[in-house]
Design a protein around this ligand. Structure first.
Ligand SMILES: *[C@@H]1O[C@H](CO)[C@@H](O)[C@H](O)[C@H]1NC(C)=O
Ligand SMILES: *[C@@H]1O[C@H](CO)[C@@H](O)[C@H](O)[C@H]1NC(C)=O
Ligand SMILES: *[C@@H]1O[C@H](CO)[C@@H](O)[C@H](O)[C@H]1NC(C)=O
Ligand SMILES: *[C@@H]1O[C@H](CO)[C@@H](O)[C@H](O)[C@H]1NC(C)=O
Ligand SMILES: *[C@@H]1O[C@H](CO)[C@@H](O)[C@H](O)[C@H]1NC(C)=O
Ligand SMILES: *[C@@H]1O[C@H](CO)[C@@H](O)[C@H](O)[C@H]1NC(C)=O
Length: 886
């Protein structure tokens, strides 16, 4: 019993600790408008990822990818090596390789600089792009002394000498960097050298251009994540108006409403035809402008201020482009991600709006006169007709103005003023976007999101709601996705990471095993053809295909999935687990006995329902019958398991054992259950049959213990709540503290949004590893609190009058690590950190108890072990198996 009581106690204490640190209430319940935790419908582990190809050479850190669709080649820049891979299957042997290691002398110098010779003192390829028809240009860090070179693409060999790369490639493999090579001109953005400040440059041809540092510094500790050329000149009546956009996060210079945050996400732009000024802004950009990109969840005052990656989906023309950004928080120990999307016209509007200016050492909106031509606009035919042929002909007052006004006053807001998607406990780091024409004639946006632990999420935008179709484990060992490109031609995603490159198809419809599975998935690529789930693109005849993206229910005729039929014959008094494996994380189980709904699972009913099965505790003869397990998804019940259970009173009736009803009795439930979904539970050790009467006694005894435990915990909760109330009243403003304590009580009372039945069970899986799942309460509650931290961003007060916000204001410091550990790595309290455990571990989450307050957490396995222990002590242990298949 020790073990049971420790966990809830710990949880309660931690909840209290966490609550105590919250400065604002975290709104409960969640508004239906934005799901803060979209659950991936299915979880596919490494071995289950279909149709993928892997590549790994002798090197590591496959951080740079260049996809050339026409040539059918994927160029890969690794550590000390370059590869040219066949895009149709990157595992195809006979790939081309160029070795490009840093010299031993250079490595030694790097080591002398105090750098890590295991990771840093190598030549990390950072830049790899097409230069001209015959050549590719590449740059590498070369153990902190960057070099660049031309590659003859046909022979895949360096074509000439290696050149100095110090002004065009960062020295550090981990520094933010982005670059473009367009029409023989190279544009890059990074911190190039140890002491220099980050800079956006045109590296060649001459004259090189850079950003201004005085009197107004245009960039402040900028960390770059991406860049894109948008050709506005196409079909333009005014000629060349092509601009390059750079995306980054920097230290905020202006006052912002949330003083806890020191960083802001930005987009900056320059004109491609900028040549710098004549006297003012000589060899500097004359067209540099930057604006803030906002990605907030307004109702939770959640401001995601760090940009991790961007993807620009280019439409028919530049004007129809959509910018997608992955945003996170500046505190590295909080996992959370938001995807925001911005229209080109919204970006454009901000750059055409008012400027900011430093007045009395503060950034304020500039309301005075703006010179002509408007600073930041490109030189077009309109200007040329006025005698301004290039940026060098710009009047001095325009350049002086440009120099002091790099920042726009308005902010760029996302479409709908909110993120397209928010996901807590997950750090997305790379993304790609694809538009797919579905069977209903609509074009759906599909997002491919790579995480910092090597998973790929596929999500579809269904009328503004994101549905994560599945999560795929791309790599055996957790490692961040370092690079990602998408090939509409090969219909593949290529993902680079520390250990290799993986090619996965955009879809793998054969993974859906039944019509319901295929239709419920709402996968725009897939449809049911009456027999199997197929890629729509593979069929020319589509009239017999079934798909329902918008609702995910229509079109299936049969009333069941692939029904598994089993028989169980057990002794009276035994505990029986009827497994019901649900493929979908969004499905809930529903059980019937002889056609009647199994309901009211109180302690006395003798049933417990988990997401993976039904537990019959101390089976009675009248519990014999036909048990059906239905998967309920999108409000449709689909029969998946059918058990015929016979409960005997005669101990000699039992036939030979083939399977057991018991989950493995490992001391830590879950750890032992990493097996695949179809793996039967291991048959050891077989639990004993018991005489019904004594067993019942034992059970009553157990029950009494539970009830008293629950009572104790309930009392504890009450006491702690009172303490919490007291603390919150004493330390917070009254208005806040009320909500605050309500929240506290809610948490302690274990209430959560969709909670209806008296108690619920779920696998540890759905919330371990910071992956809160459906229907769970113990840890998700916890994670909710963890996310509460996302909120420790006070919306008022605390604003420093100083020129720049203080780097680390006292109150909104990132939450201390020990607490957060529980959000991100539950290993400390829970026995296992598995994403989804297919099988035998259960957490009893909540049950109707006398106090109606305290949730009781433990697992089926533990419970069964305990029952076994009890029996052992009461001398009832008998090594006869209790159950068999007939
Ligand atoms: C790619 O090629 C490898 C080796 O030739 C093969 O094992 C693998 O199945 C192929 N992958 C696909 C998706 O065809
Ligand atoms: C890639 O592999 C496919 C099939 O294996 C082959 O037909 C094609 O020519 C290869 N492409 C290149 C560029 O080598
Ligand atoms: C790194 O340096 C240490 C000591 O300077 C040396 O023992 C080790 O072999 C070096 N490792 C590599 C990979 O060069
Ligand atoms: C491409 O650039 C390389 C390197 O400057 C040069 O040697 C080569 O002749 C160029 N090719 C073409 C077709 O211009
Ligand atoms: C711009 O170019 C036109 C024609 O090429 C020339 O007549 C004019 O003097 C130039 N203007 C300046 C300011 O250089
Ligand atoms: C390169 O890969 C190693 C692991 O293989 C990792 O420790 C290191 O951080 C990576 N370096 C970069 C720059 O990503």
């Amino acid at each position: 019993m020790e073990q049971i009581s420790v966990q809830p106690l710990l949880l309660v204490l931690l909840v209290l600790m966490l609550l105590g640190r919250l400065s604002q209430p975290w709104a409960f319940p969640f508004s239906p408008s934005l799901d803060l935790d979209v659950t991936p419908r299915t979880t596919v582990f490494f071995k289950g990822v279909l149709g993928s190809s892997h590549f790994s050479g002798s090197s590591q850190n496959y951080s740079t990818l260049l996809l050339e669709e026409e040539a059918g080649l994927l160029y890969v820049g690794g550590r000390g090596t370059l590869y040219a891979l066949n895009t149709s299957n990157i595992s195809t042997p006979a790939n081309l390789t160029i070795d490009w290691e840093a010299s031993p002398e250079q490595k030694k110098q790097c080591l002398n600089k105090g750098r890590d010779n295991k990771t840093e003192c190598y030549n990390h390829v950072r830049f790899l792009q097409r230069y001209n028809e015959t050549h590719i240009y590449t740059c590498g860090t070369n153990a902190f002394r960057p070099l660049c070179a031309y590659i003859d693409a046909e022979r895949f060999k360096f074509s000439s000498g290696i050149e100095e790369g110090r002004d065009r490639c960062p020295y550090d493999p981990a520094k933010g960097f982005t670059g473009l090579l367009i029409d023989g001109e190279m544009f890059t953005a990074s911190q190039y050298e140890f002491r220099s400040s980050p800079d956006i440059r045109r590296n060649f041809p001459f004259p090189t251009l850079r950003t201004e540092e005085a009197p107004t510094r245009w960039l402040l500790e900028a960390d770059f994540v991406g860049s894109v050329l948008l050709k506005e000149s196409v079909n333009s009546s005014i000629g060349d108006d092509d601009k390059i956009y750079f995306f980054f996060t920097e230290r905020s210079q202006e006052q912002i409403a949330y003083p806890s945050q020191t960083k802001v996400s930005r987009v900056a732009r320059v004109c491609k035809n900028d040549w710098g000024g004549q006297r003012t802004l000589q060899r500097k950009w004359t067209t540099f402008l930057k604006a803030r990109m906002v990605c907030s969840v307004p109702e939770y005052e959640l401001h995601l201020n760090v940009l991790r990656d961007v993807f620009v989906l280019q439409g028919r023309d530049a004007q129809s482009s959509i910018f997608y950004g992955i945003f996170g928080l500046e505190w590295k120990n909080i996992k959370a991600s938001a995807i925001c999307q911005y229209t080109f016209s919204d970006v454009q509007k901000v750059f055409q709006g008012p400027y900011m200016e430093v007045q009395d050492s503060k950034w304020r909106e500039y309301t005075g006169k703006v010179p002509h031509p408007r600073p930041g606009s490109c030189i077009t035919d309109v200007h040329r007709s006025q005698g301004i042929n290039s940026s060098r002909d710009l009047p001095d007052n325009v350049l002086t103005f440009a120099r002091r006004h790099p920042l726009m006053a308005n902010q760029i807001h996302p479409i709908g003023m909110r993120p397209l998607m928010f996901k807590r406990s997950v750090n997305y780091v790379k993304m790609a976007v694809h538009k797919e024409l579905a069977l209903d004639g609509n074009i759906y946006t599909v997002l491919f999101l790579g995480t910092d632990d090597g998973w790929l999420h596929r999500a579809v935008d269904v009328d503004g709601d994101m549905h994560i179709i599945e999560e795929l484990q791309m790599f055996d060992k957790p490692q961040p996705v370092e690079s990602m490109v998408i090939s509409p031609v090969q219909r593949s995603i290529y993902v680079g990471s520390h250990s290799g490159v993986v090619q996965v198809p955009m879809s793998a419809c054969q993974r859906y095993s039944s019509c319901y599975d295929c239709v419920f998935a709402r996968d725009p690529f897939c449809a049911w053809d009456g027999r199997v789930c197929v890629e729509i693109s593979s069929r020319s005849q589509r009239s017999n295909l079934t798909q329902d993206i918008t609702r995910g229910i229509r079109g299936c005729k049969e009333k069941s999935g692939n029904v598994v039929h089993r028989r169980r014959s057990v002794m009276s008094g035994d505990d029986v687990l009827l497994q019901c494996e649900l493929r979908s994380n969004l499905a809930t189980p529903r059980w019937t006995l002889n056609g009647k709904e199994l309901q009211g699972y109180g302690l006395n009913s003798g049933y417990r329902i988990g997401t993976d099965g039904l537990l019959i505790i101390g089976a009675r003869v009248q519990q014999s019958g036909s048990y059906r397990c239905f998967a309920v998804e999108n409000a449709v019940s689909v029969l998946v398991y059918l058990y015929t259970v016979t409960v005997h009173t005669d101990p000699f009736f039992v036939v030979e054992p083939t399977a057991t009803t018991y989950p493995p009795t490992a001391s830590s439930p879950g750890v032992s259950t990493t097996g695949g979904p179809t793996e039967p539970p291991s048959p050891s050790p077989p639990p004993p049959p018991a005489r019904a009467g004594a067993e019942f006694q034992t059970y009553r005894h157990m029950e009494a213990v539970y009830i008293s435990l629950v009572a104790v915990l309930g009392g504890l909760c009450l006491v702690l709540s009172v303490v919490l109330l007291y603390v919150s009243f004493c330390t917070r403003r009254p208005a806040h503290s009320r909500k605050f304590s309500q929240q506290g009580l809610q948490v302690l009372g274990g209430s959560e949004r969709k909670r209806s039945s008296h108690f619920e069970l779920t696998t540890i899986s759905s919330h371990c590893n910071g992956r809160p799942g459906r229907r769970s309460i113990s840890v998700p509650t916890f994670a909710d609190i963890g996310d509460g931290f996302l909120q420790i961003v006070p919306g008022e007060g605390q604003m420093s009058p100083a020129k720049t916000p203080p780097p680390a204001p006292p109150l909104p410091m990132p939450p201390p690590l020990p607490n957060m550990d529980y959000v991100n790595g539950l290993s400390a309290t829970l026995p296992s950190v598995l994403r989804k455990m297919n099988g035998n571990s259960y957490v009893l989450l909540r049950q109707a108890d006398p106090e109606g307050m305290s949730p009781l957490y433990h697992s089926f396995t533990e419970e069964l072990n305990r029952i076994l222990e009890q029996r052992k002590h009461t001398g009832q242990l008998d090594l006869q198996p209790d159950e068999s298949s007939i």
